[in-house]
Write a protein that binds this ligand. Structure first.
Ligand SMILES: Nc1ncnc2c1ncn2[C@@H]1O[C@H](COP(=O)(O)OP(=O)(O)OP(=O)(O)O)[C@@H](O)[C@H]1O
Length: 286
């Protein structure tokens, strides 16, 4: 059962050192203060080694060596939350996708007949029906990842953490995983989405950036990409937090900024393919 259903998950002054062969390096986590609301979606971004996975693991309730400070998992409860990684293999327990999903449903304590129908529904929704009984070695990496995500989502917990879960996948599998995450979020789950692909960040989504183990930005995706006053106004000299963190703006954001700079586009900038199509049509019709 989930404890403290309405309480935030809170980390206070959480630190962990990273013991490198060369001695003291940058801290793994450095005095992190962070709170996550029930049902909230948060993107975690930052350059390699900035501490995203370390923070993500802690949020999921998994241990990291030498962590200090205080944390209360609030709505996420005492048991660890599903933590979906880049390489799915480490998180697969059963022999096939069907078994993997069934185990997750059994863990929820569902009645046997509901387990049967829900397993079939999940296999169908994820497009894994045809490979449901194949052993893992006969599945592609993308199919294994989808099965891992499907099983994690079948557990229906209050929080799920995706740690660069789509980085090894092709466009179609990536969309499949992202769609499951979105469904879980719509169903009320909090989602922590760790990503290097800044094009995945929605302008209104909470986005937290890490650098050298510290939180250096906590705001919306739009503010992260375009500057702190987005979408009210923006100046051509604005230095978006994204660049200050050592990350590059995605191509679409650079295009939006450039079109904004020359007066052809006004914030809020397009995000979806449909919005871009409409915006570019307006630009070319001028
Ligand atoms: N098990 C560990 N023990 C000690 N230090 C670690 C451990 N895992 C990672 N670190 C160090 O902690 C720091 C943050 O690593 P972390 O994996 O959290 O960053 P990240 O932002 O997720 O990186 P990436 O994008 O490369 O996955 C790095 O300096 C790393 O070397």
């Amino acid at each position: 059962m989930v404890d403290h259903l309405h309480n935030k998950l809170v980390l206070q002054r959480v630190s962990a050192s990273s013991e490198s062969a060369e001695g003291a390096g940058t801290p793994r986590l450095d005095k992190i203060d962070f709170a996550l609301n029930p049902g909230e979606w948060v993107n975690l971004v930052g350059v390699n080694g900035s501490g995203k996975s370390s923070l993500a693991r802690l949020l999921a309730g998994l241990p990291i060596d030498g962590a200090q400070g205080s944390w209360d998992r609030g709505f996420a409860g005492a048991t660890p939350s599903p933590y979906v990684m880049q390489q799915p293999d480490a998180q697969l327990f059963a022999e096939t996708p069907r078994e993997e999903i069934r185990f997750a449903l059994e863990w929820r304590g569902l009645a046997p007949e509901r387990i049967l129908t829900e397993t079939e529904a999940i296999l169908r929704e994820t497009g894994l029906q045809a490979v449901g009984d194949l052993p893992w070695e006969r599945l592609s990496g993308g199919q294994r990842q989808l099965a891992a995500v499907a099983a994690a989502s079948a557990a229906k917990l209050a929080l799920i953490v995706f740690d660069e879960a789509t980085s090894m996948l092709d466009e179609q599998s990536r969309e499949g995983v992202r769609a499951i995450a979105a469904q879980l979020h719509e169903g009320g789950a909090a989602v922590v989405w760790v990503t290097q692909r800044l094009q995945e960040i929605g302008a209104s989504e909470r986005t937290v950036a890490l650098s050298e183990g510290r939180i250096v930005f906590d705001g919306t995706g739009g503010q992260f990409l375009y500057g702190s006053s987005y979408p009210i106004s923006f100046g051509p000299d604005a230095d978006p937090p994204c660049l200050a963190c050592g990350l590059h703006l995605p191509y679409a954001s650079r295009l939006a900024l450039e079109l904004g700079r020359i007066g052809l586009l006004q914030p809020p900038y397009p995000e979806t393919a449909g919005e871009w199509e409409a915006a570019l049509r307006q630009v070319t019709d001028r």
